[in-house]
Design a protein around this ligand. Structure first.
Ligand SMILES: NC(=O)c1ccc[n+]([C@@H]2O[C@H](COP(=O)([O-])OP(=O)(O)OC[C@H]3O[C@@H](n4cnc5c(N)ncnc54)[C@H](O)[C@@H]3O)[C@@H](O)[C@H]2O)c1
Length: 214
């Protein structure tokens, strides 16, 4: 169904965004809701997630505890969404943790396992349980980006400010003179999730969203 108001690019859509209690996911939840979507924030940070959902508005946004490494919790989150909103149009697999940064000789394999469990297996579980038979059609989008100074990037950098990280990333980036913010990545997710990208059947956009919708 096309949005009746072109400014509301996700009117009538229902989205799950994993990892939306913070950072890029939070910015995306706010943007999707502002564009008319009903949004389920699925995260492990319960207090933060509840607060983000409340600040967006509980008539359009809900929080559901969901550890994406636990397939059952992902399945339950989809069930929760279908029961509460009656459909599921967009699965935005955004939850992630920072991977090991040390060289291979010092690699902590337990940390690697954890990273793969959240970032890779968690995405597979999200896409699996979004189940295209809940939806009338399907498209997929994937986005990758350079660096955004979120808690993920700042963790472990004691005493380093957001501005310092942004300056450093800016120096290494191809596109000079702009600072990439969570809201910029959210705009990319909005494009992939909306009918604006409807002519594409599969798309990789330089973000990390998986979107499936009619
Ligand atoms: N910030 C960057 O520069 C950057 C670069 C490349 C990729 N990414 C990816 O972007 C995504 C968003 O990251 P961000 O930068 O906003 O970081 P962030 O730390 O602000 O947000 C990540 C969210 O994922 C949640 N999360 C972690 N483990 C989870 C789990 N097992 N189940 C459910 N939720 C879980 C966290 O609680 C947090 O709310 C991640 O997938 C990350 O890997 C970020």
């Amino acid at each position: 169904m096309a949005a009746s108001d072109p400014m509301l690019r996700l009117e009538g859509k229902v989205a799950i965004i994993t990892g939306a209690a913070s950072g890029i996911g939070e910015a995306t939840a706010r943007l999707f809701a502002a564009h008319g979507a009903r949004v389920v924030i699925a995260d492990v940070q319960d207090e933060l997630g509840e607060a983000v959902a409340a600040s967006i508005g509980l008539q359009t946004c809900s929080y559901k505890h969901c550890d994406v490494t636990d397939e059952k919790q992902v399945e339950e989150t989809v069930g929760f969404t279908l029961e509460k909103y009656g459909s599921l149009d967009i699965m935005h697999s955004n939850a992630g943790v920072a991977g090991p940064v040390e060289g291979v000789m010092d690699l902590d394999l337990n940390k690697l396992d954890r990273t793969l469990a959240v970032n890779v297996r968690g995405t597979a579980a999200a896409v699996k349980h979004a189940r295209v038979d809940y939806m009338h059609g399907k498209r997929r989008g994937a986005a990758g980006w350079w660096a955004v100074a979120t808690p993920l990037l700042l963790c472990g950098l004691d005493g380093v400010t957001t501005e310092e990280v942004e300056d450093q990333c800016g120096e290494m980036a191809t596109l000079k003179g702009v600072v990439l913010k969570a809201g910029n990545v959210a705009q990319g997710a909005l494009f992939l999730a909306s009918d604006a990208s409807s002519i594409s059947v599969a798309m990789t956009w330089s973000l990390m969203a998986a979107a499936l919708w009619p």
